[in-house]
Design a binder for this molecule. Structure first.
Ligand SMILES: [Zn+2]
Ligand SMILES: [Zn+2]
Length: 261
């Protein structure tokens, strides 16, 4: 299994794309602006989109992706792209994006019988089976209902997991669950610098000081990748992160990076 980072920034600027990961060729995990870097045939190969939550920086690729691939997928007789998320997240998409005002309802286009998108609710703790690849829905704590994901590398990888926290503040339930899993990679957000700790707490994100307390609850020595840093804040956040005493191998996630499972 291969996971490619399409975007891992907290906002946009030239060279900075928001959250999106491509698992193999056909599964998107979040659909931020990074999705727009895929060529059209790669966009048309996406069969599943997993969403961590409803915030714009994680979902705005979906309406544009649907429009881009509708004709190609219809001509090839491909099934709808399945969008998997919490019921509250799917409801937010229906109400605020696919409402005929912001964007057409692509769950009923080109036809209601064979649309380009279909919506599929999951719950925290569910284990999704996407063509024999198993992905667990993890808890997250954010200003809207939110989740993270654990991708199981399978028997060949000794069931090592790639874990993405999603957007989250301090999250004790996550560490209780991760204590039961074998981890090869942890992608964890640190959206704000320590100077902006108050803003991090109000918006239910992490700053480096919080990150230190969170990682202290994770055993062993894990490859930790910091994500969701705002453009212009990378140096301040990573300086705070480097000041942490941690047994883990911590670095900043980079767009274009590949992680193997
Ligand atoms: Zn968010
Ligand atoms: Zn976000």
């Amino acid at each position: 299994m291969n996971i490619r980072v399409l975007g891992c920034s907290g906002a946009i600027a030239a060279g900075y794309k928001t959250t999106a990961f491509l698992l193999d060729a056909d599964v998107l995990i979040d659909a931020g602006t990074g999705v727009g870097d895929l060529p059209l045939d790669a966009l048309a190969a996406v069969d599943h989109i997993l969403l961590s939550h409803s915030h714009l920086d994680h979902v705005l690729g979906i309406p544009l992706l649907a429009d881009a691939v509708l004709r190609l997928r219809a001509a090839a007789g491909r099934p709808p792209i399945q969008v998997h998320a919490l019921p509250e997240t799917l409801q937010a998409l229906r109400q605020h994006i696919f409402n005929g005002a912001i964007w057409p309802d692509f769950t009923a286009l080109p036809t209601r019988e064979a649309p380009v998108l279909s919506l599929h609710p999951f719950a925290i703790g569910d284990r999704l089976d996407l063509g024999g690849r198993f992905i667990e829905v993890l808890p997250a704590i954010h200003t809207v209902p939110a989740v993270g994901f654990a991708v199981d590398g399978g028997a060949a990888a000794g069931h090592a997991h790639w874990v993405f926290t999603g957007d989250t503040g301090p999250n004790p339930a996550l560490w209780r669950r991760l204590a039961q899993l074998r981890l090869s990679h942890l992608v964890i957000e640190t959206a704000f610098s320590d100077d902006e700790a108050e803003l991090a707490h109000v918006s239910q994100h992490l700053c480096p000081a919080d990150l230190g307390q969170e990682l202290a609850q994770l055993g062993g020595s894990v490859n930790v990748h910091i994500t969701h840093i705002k453009p212009g804040e990378v140096d301040a956040v990573m300086q705070g992160v480097r000041g942490l005493a941690s047994p883990h191998r911590i670095g900043a996630l980079q767009a274009g990076q590949h992680m193997q499972l």
